[in-house]
Design a protein around this ligand. Structure first.
Ligand code: AMP
Length: 112
């Protein structure tokens, strides 16, 4: 079972901000900005490389939830970043697909 499945199952503590039948969202344990939320599907897809056309609705729900959480956090107008890291060079460390919602400060580009 992945670390994020254990968080979704409440087997590992996390500051959960949203749960529904498909998705769970919680505070990143090592936040990179004042707001840093991780959004996961309950189903443990390993990475974006394993996403299939049948997952389009699920991935879309992740983006819609990110938008709603950004509104709740008050960063919709100031701006924020959504990131899927994929694989080693993409910086992925947890093999359970997840969307980072990062905001609350000026973010820079290109990323490091
Ligand atoms: P990534 O590097 O894209 O795979 O992102 C994994 C993220 O999960 C990192 O930003 C970590 O800080 C975060 N993380 C790791 N363990 C935990 C945990 N127990 N609770 C919350 N976030 C975590």
């Amino acid at each position: 079972m992945t670390l994020f499945e254990k968080i979704a199952n409440h087997e590992i503590p996390a500051k959960i901000v949203h749960e529904d039948d498909d998705l769970v969202a919680f505070h990143d344990i090592n936040p990179q900005a004042p707001h840093h939320i991780i959004i996961i599907p309950r189903r443990p897809i390993a990475s974006i490389n394993e996403v299939e056309p049948n997952d389009a609705e699920l991935i879309g729900k992740m983006v819609i939830l990110a938008k709603e959480l950004a509104q709740r956090l008050g960063v919709s107008d100031s701006g924020y970043r959504l990131v899927f890291n994929c694989g080693a060079q993409g910086g992925q460390t947890v093999e359970h697909v997840h969307l980072h919602l990062i905001g609350g400060r000026q973010l820079h580009w290109p990323p490091g």
